[in-house]
Design a protein around this ligand. Structure first.
Ligand SMILES: *[C@@H]1O[C@H](CO)[C@@H](O)[C@H](O)[C@H]1NC(C)=O
Ligand SMILES: *[C@@H]1O[C@H](CO)[C@@H](O)[C@H](O)[C@H]1NC(C)=O
Ligand SMILES: *[C@@H]1O[C@H](CO)[C@@H](O)[C@H](O)[C@H]1NC(C)=O
Ligand SMILES: *[C@@H]1O[C@H](CO)[C@@H](O)[C@H](O)[C@H]1NC(C)=O
Ligand SMILES: *[C@@H]1O[C@H](CO)[C@@H](O)[C@H](O)[C@H]1NC(C)=O
Ligand SMILES: *[C@@H]1O[C@H](CO)[C@@H](O)[C@H](O)[C@H]1NC(C)=O
Ligand SMILES: *[C@@H]1O[C@H](CO)[C@@H](O)[C@H](O)[C@H]1NC(C)=O
Ligand SMILES: *[C@@H]1O[C@H](CO)[C@@H](O)[C@H](O)[C@H]1NC(C)=O
Ligand SMILES: *[C@@H]1O[C@H](CO)[C@@H](O)[C@H](O)[C@H]1NC(C)=O
Ligand SMILES: *[C@@H]1O[C@H](CO)[C@@H](O)[C@H](O)[C@H]1NC(C)=O
Ligand SMILES: *[C@@H]1O[C@H](CO)[C@@H](O)[C@H](O)[C@H]1NC(C)=O
Ligand SMILES: *[C@@H]1O[C@H](CO)[C@@H](O)[C@H](O)[C@H]1NC(C)=O
Length: 357
């Protein structure tokens, strides 16, 4: 998910992001995440999701409080990663989408905000427009609880009075760059809000502003098999060392956790080095249309009109190669066979057929 600021290129699934090159293994601050397939509204329309995203990508914004964009209501996110997030004392638990592509944290889309003695209403109106919805409401500061009992105080929280596009969720835990909150408070179009990761760092619980994320494919609709780690990594989740790459300087992607990368398939360069963003709110890879066409030709895939995804059969599946994402001139990350396909066990949720991949 991203506030509707346009970008030119790719969105990729986060593997790990980190702001510095000091690696803290086994940070104690772990937040389990559930991968959940949306259960609302029958089959999931990925085509609509794509169209809404593409439309948002073409709309230049920057956040101005009352900016109007044409929002296509997408109640189906297809897949989101959800974490439990406590607000208040005693805490009310909210199920929030964990999103590296935006930075406001807000609740109230489903479970109502419960005021406790730690709630402070700042009186400010807050509003964020995303590619697939929006929320507007009031800003409060409150004590928040992450994972197993770690708390920070005075965290800015948006309390939604209206929201669209978040059916089945309570809101968002925004872990993108703080800059993305600029202009989201009505009274202050030029200041930013201290995001959760910043407060974890400034209040001491984490030694550096790092967030790492691990998630694995599943074949069931809802399953907790991932985790977000604040302030370090979980050494059991990877082998070798983590490679670091600078944030991109390319305009628009540079508002986000943007990186330069290129993609090769067998010996063909699908995509020359270009900037894209790491966005944990989607399991889709949104890529430049030229690279998409090359992928389609190389795999002989056909467009499946129902799902909006490329379709192959089992023979073609056996012949698939791993596209290689080259990041930072040092490291190549192969997108494995199963990483390239939508889980076959779940294809009917997209309106697809079990006969195809
Ligand atoms: C790291 O991941 C393992 C395997 O999922 C889990 O058992 C462990 O609790 C995690 N460690 C930390 C520090 O989060
Ligand atoms: C995705 O959206 C774009 C822009 O609306 C559209 O041109 C394209 O055909 C869509 N792709 C699919 C597979 O529907
Ligand atoms: C708020 O209330 C809880 C009990 O409900 C108490 O433990 C806590 O100390 C109170 N906090 C403040 C800031 O008064
Ligand atoms: C925000 O602006 C409104 C007027 O636009 C004013 O009434 C209100 O007091 C302001 N709130 C804060 C917290 O500055
Ligand atoms: C709470 O945080 C805001 C900035 O977000 C700061 O201006 C304010 O002084 C803080 N209040 C307390 C009590 O720490
Ligand atoms: C909405 O919240 C209520 C409790 O506040 C919960 O029982 C229900 O399952 C939630 N709905 C969704 C779609 O998450
Ligand atoms: C917020 O954005 C405005 C332009 O819209 C810019 O002038 C201002 O410097 C930005 N503030 C921060 C804190 O990034
Ligand atoms: C690390 O390597 C060992 C030995 O090859 C393997 O068993 C394990 O699954 C690997 N761990 C990860 C997270 O890939
Ligand atoms: C990323 O790509 C752009 C455009 O090719 C280039 O100007 C920039 O130096 C590259 N590296 C970074 C870190 O932005
Ligand atoms: C794609 O089709 C061409 C021509 O029919 C064939 O030579 C090639 O092996 C096919 N490739 C895959 C991956 O199916
Ligand atoms: C898959 O499609 C290719 C190209 O249309 C065809 O040659 C092949 O026989 C098909 N395989 C299966 C198992 O249907
Ligand atoms: C890779 O190296 C080239 C040339 O040294 C440089 O322009 C580019 O920005 C580098 N890309 C990344 C992602 O570091």
């Amino acid at each position: 998910m991203f506030p509707a600021v346009s970008l030119l290129t790719t969105l990729i699934l986060a593997l790990s992001i980190a702001a510095s090159s000091v690696e803290t293994r086994d940070s104690p601050i772990s937040l389990p995440i559930a991968r959940r397939l949306s259960t609302s509204g029958g089959t999931i329309n990925l085509l609509q999701h794509n169209q809404s995203s593409a439309a948002a990508l073409k709309t230049f914004g920057g956040n101005t409080f009352d900016r109007r964009t044409d929002i296509i209501a997408v109640t189906n996110h297809a897949v989101s990663y959800i974490a439990a997030f406590g607000v208040g004392s005693p805490a009310t638990t909210y199920e929030l989408i964990v999103d590296t592509g935006s930075s406001n944290t807000w609740v109230g889309a489903n479970t109502s905000y419960v005021k406790t003695n730690t709630s402070v209403n700042t009186g400010q109106s807050v509003k964020v427009t995303y590619d697939s919805g929006f929320f507007s409401g009031t800003e409060c500061t409150d004590t928040v609880t992450l994972g197993s009992g770690l708390t920070i105080t005075n965290q800015s929280i948006g309390v939604a009075s209206t929201s669209k596009g978040f059916c089945g969720y309570d809101g968002i835990l925004g872990i993108g760059p703080v800059y993305l909150t600029n202009g989201t408070l009505k009274n202050s179009t030029t200041t930013t809000i201290l995001a959760v990761t910043k407060n974890l760092y400034s209040q001491g619980p984490i030694p550096q502003e790092d967030v790492s994320v691990s998630f694995e494919p599943t074949t069931t609709r809802s399953y907790t098999n991932g985790e977000h780690i604040f302030g370090g990594t979980n050494a059991t989740k990877y082998n070798g060392t983590i490679a670091y790459t600078p944030l991109t300087k390319t305009h628009r992607a540079s508002y986000y956790w943007g990186i330069n990368e290129s993609v090769t398939y067998e010996t063909t360069r699908f995509l020359a080095e270009t900037a894209g963003i790491v966005d944990t709110d989607t399991t889709l890879i949104l890529i430049a249309s030229s690279a998409y066409s090359k992928h389609q030709s190389a795999t002989n895939a056909t467009l499946d009109q129902t799902t909006g995804l490329l379709r192959i059969n089992s023979t073609q599946h056996s012949a698939l190669e791993n596209p290689n994402f080259n990041i930072g001139n040092v490291t190549t990350y192969a997108l494995t066979l199963n990483g390239q396909i939508w889980s076959r066990a779940l294809s009917t949720y997209l309106g697809g057929s079990h006969s195809y991949i």
